[in-house]
Design a protein around this ligand. Sequence first.
Ligand code: DGY
Length: 319
Amino acid sequence: MKVFINKRIPEIGIQKLEEAGLEVTIPKEDDLKQEEWLKYCQNADMILNVGQNKYEKDFFEQCPNIKAIALYSVGFDHVNIDEANKRKIPVGNTPDVLSKATSDVAFLLMQTVARRASYYFEKVKSGNWGSFDPLQELGQELYGKTLGIFGLGRIGFEMAEKCKKAFDMNIIYHNRNRNEEAENTLDAKYVSFDDLVKSSDVLSIHANFTDEETYLFNASVFRKMKPDSIFINTARGGFHNQKDLYNALIEKEIWGAGLDVTNPEPIEDHDPILELSNVCILPHIGSATVEARNGMAKLAAENLIAFSKGEKMPHCANP
Ligand code: DGY
């Protein structure tokens, strides 16, 4: 069977696929144009997808040969799972292996914003170290503060655990389902969405994104947050309305924001949020560690190999 991989992944994944007797095609160009990408897909039996290519009804109609898709990501918001289900196409994803790395980035952003590190870094880089000033541009400490997690799954749990251990933060969360492990081991409290927004000193998003949650975090939500609170999004840019977030920061409705995901991605270079000193923005690097990316390559390959043997994918996004 033929596997199309649209971008090079760590060798461990390619090696596994080839050892399993699968024929792997990887184009030389890194960023294929849509038509070229589609042509490669039309010539393949299975896809190992890197990035946010969209798999909607028209894709499945144009590529009737595709039998399985393995995503090189835990998120599967770019795939219309109902359309895949109609055609009995399994869609694999890569949970767990990136939970530590992604929650590390949420933790990093939280501290960066709390201590105004990106502002000070820019000062140093531009030759404006300045003299010791007891009052100017002070950061804030996180000890004993309240961390609100929106979406307490694997990544949210890792973030909550780190915050508990490092700063003895109180954990509150809002989720589709109750997370008993977090309630028992981290003393996490389930709260309504409204209470989460109103009570969090740090509000961190770790949920799977669906279209219904587009701009869930908007002007009316930011207005309810505490003026000293920090907004962190390492999940998907679609969760927040970036213009509303900018306004909330300018109006000092919240203290600062840390984003590893933006809307759109890459962020537009004239987006005014880039000018704000109380914001730290990273280019979607949550899983960008050697360990996580190797793990993702391994899981994505294992998903396709299992399918090629007529077995169920070990990590499947289809219900
Ligand atoms: C994921 O795995 O979903 C990351 O966000 C990379 O897309």
